[in-house]
Write a protein that binds this ligand. Structure first.
Ligand code: Z5A
Ligand code: MG
Length: 220
C-alpha cells in the first residue's frame, strides 16, 4: 500500500474501446479490487449522464433528441470539463481515478461521423492527462453478439468500423505527443476473469505505488 506521507499522487487510468468490449465490467472490477485491497479508488464514467449536460447527451444517445454533430461533440467535451477539477483534486489526494471512456472516445466517434480530426481534438486540450489508457480490443462479431448491442445511436456495424479506424489515429496521436507507454492495447477476448487478469498485470505498479509528479495536460 502507498505510504501516505509520500508525495506520490493517485494514478489516472482510462479504459477505452468500441462498444460492448467489456469496459464497464472491467472498470467496476478494478475499482472493487483496489478498494478490497484497502486503496483509495473511484470510478468516473463518461459520459456522466447525471449532470444537466449529461442528461442532454443521454437524450441524444437514446435518439430522444436531435443535435448538430458539432454541438453534441462540444457537449461531450463540456461534460468532461465539468468533472476535471474533481479528478485533479482526487488524484492529488492520493485517490486512483479509473475512467470508463474519456476524450479519446470523443474524438473517435465524432471523427467517424465526418468532423475534422483537429476540431474533435481541440476542445479537450489541457484536460487532465491520463497516466495510462487501456484500449480494449474485441472482434466486431463478438461485440455485436453481446447483450443490448444496437440499442443506442452509434451501435451499428458501419459506425463501429469507422470508429475503430479513428481510434487507430487517436492511439498514434497519444503515443506521439505523450509517449508510447501511455496507450496499451488489451485483448478483450476470453472470460471476464481472464481479461481481468491481463488488466491486473498491466496496471500493477501504477495502482500499488501511485505516480510521482503533477498531473499532465492532455495534448500539451
Ligand atoms: N461517446 C461519444 O460519442 N463521445 C464521447 O466523448 C464519449 C462517448 C465519452 C455511450 O457510451 C456512447 O457515447 C458510446 C460512445 C459515445 N457510443 N456508442 N455506441 P457508454 O460508455 O455509456 O456505452 P455503454 O452503454 O456503457 O456500452 P459500452 O461502453 O459500449 O459497453 P462496455 O462497457 O464496453 O461493455 P460492458 O457493459 O462491460 O459489457 C457488455 C456486455 O458484455 C454485458 O452484458 C457484459 O456482462 C458482457 N461481457 C463483458 N465482458 C465479457 C466477457 N469477457 N465475456 C463475455 N461477456 C462479457
Ligand atoms: Mg460501458
Amino acid at each position: 500500500m502507498s505510504d501516505p506521507s509520500s508525495s506520490r499522487r493517485g494514478a489516472f487510468i482510462v479504459f477505452e474501446g468500441l462498444d460492448r468490449c467489456g469496459k464497464s465490467t472491467q472498470v467496476a472490477r478494478l475499482v472493487e479490487r483496489l478498494k478490497r485491497e484497502g486503496r483509495k479508488a473511484r470510478l468516473q464514467k463518461f459520459p456522466d449522464r447525471t449532470t444537466a449536460i449529461g442528461r442532454m447527451i443521454d437524450a441524444y444517445l437514446q435518439s430522444k433528441a436531435e443535435m448538430d454533430d458539432h454541438a453534441i461533440h462540444l457537449l461531450f467535451s463540456a461534460n468532461r470539463w465539468e468533472c476535471a477539477n474533481a479528478i485533479k483534486r482526487d488524484l492529488q489526494d492520493g485517490i486512483t481515478v479509473i475512467a470508463d471512456r474519456y476524450a479519446f472516445s470523443g474524438i473517435a466517434f465524432s471523427a467517424a461521423k465526418g468532423l475534422s480530426f483537429d476540431f474533435c481534438l481541440n476542445p479537450d486540450e489541457s484536460l487532465p492527462l491520463p497516466d495510462l489508457t487501456l484500449y480494449m480490443t474485441l472482434p466486431q462479431q463478438e461485440a455485436s453478439s453481446r447483450s443490448q448491442f444496437g440499442e443506442e445511436r452509434y451501435e451499428t456495424e458501419s459506425m463501429q468500423s469507422a470508429t475503430r479506424q479513428q481510434f487507430g489515429l487517436v492511439a498514434q496521436e497519444v503515443k506521439n505527443r505523450h509517449g508510447e507507454q501511455r496507450w496499451v492495447e488489451v485483448d478483450a477476448r476470453g472470460t471476464i476473469d481472464e481479461v481481468e487478469d491481463r488488466i491486473r498485470k498491466i496496471v500493477g505498479d501504477l495502482t500499488s505505488d501511485g505516480v510521482e509528479g503533477e498531473v499532465g495536460k492532455l495534448w500539451k
